[in-house]
Design a protein around this ligand. Structure first.
Ligand code: FES
Length: 127
C-alpha cells in the first residue's frame, strides 16, 4: 500500500490555480479545481517547462513555454492521450494535502514527441 506524504496545506493552493510542491526528490504541480486537489509531475515532457506555472482552464493546464496541455486529473496530454506526465493520488487530512504515487498506467509514454497530431508537431520545436 502506498504511503502518503504531506506536501502542502490546502490554504497554499488557490482555487483555479497551481503551485509547485516537493514530493521526495520530485517536483510536482499541485492544482485545486472546483474544490478538489490534483497532482502531476511539474516537469513538462516536451522541454521541461514548469507545469505548476501553466494556465489552468477547468482541469486542463497549458504549459507556459510552448503550450502543450495536460489533464491535471490524469496527467494525459489533452491532444495525445498516449502521452502523459505522472499523476499522484491526493488525500486531504485536515488542512494537509498528502500525495502517494498513482497506479501505473499501461502503455503510457512519459515524454518525447507526440504522435501525428498536427498541434503537437507544430509545438515540437524548443525555440
Ligand atoms: S516545455 Fe512544455 S510545451 Fe514545451
Amino acid at each position: 500500500m502506498a504511503e502518503f506524504v504531506k506536501v502542502a496545506e490546502i490554504d497554499e493552493v488557490p482555487e483555479g490555480a497551481g503551485i509547485m510542491a516537493q514530493y521526495g526528490q520530485t517536483s510536482v504541480a499541485l492544482f485545486r479545481v472546483a474544490g478538489s486537489f490534483y497532482a502531476i509531475d511539474n516537469t513538462c515532457p516536451h522541454a521541461g517547462g514548469p507545469l505548476a506555472d501553466g494556465f489552468l482552464n477547468g482541469a486542463e493546464v497549458t504549459c507556459p513555454w510552448h503550450m502543450w496541455s495536460f489533464d491535471v486529473r490524469s496527467g494525459a496530454c489533452t491532444f495525445d492521450p498516449g502521452l502523459r506526465v505522472a499523476s499522484y493520488q491526493v488525500k486531504v487530512e485536515g488542512a494537509d494535502i498528502l500525495l502517494a504515487p498513482a497506479e501505473a498506467h499501461g502503455g503510457e509514454r512519459s515524454g518525447g514527441q507526440c504522435s501525428s497530431d498536427p498541434r503537437c508537431a507544430s509545438r515540437s520545436s524548443t525555440s
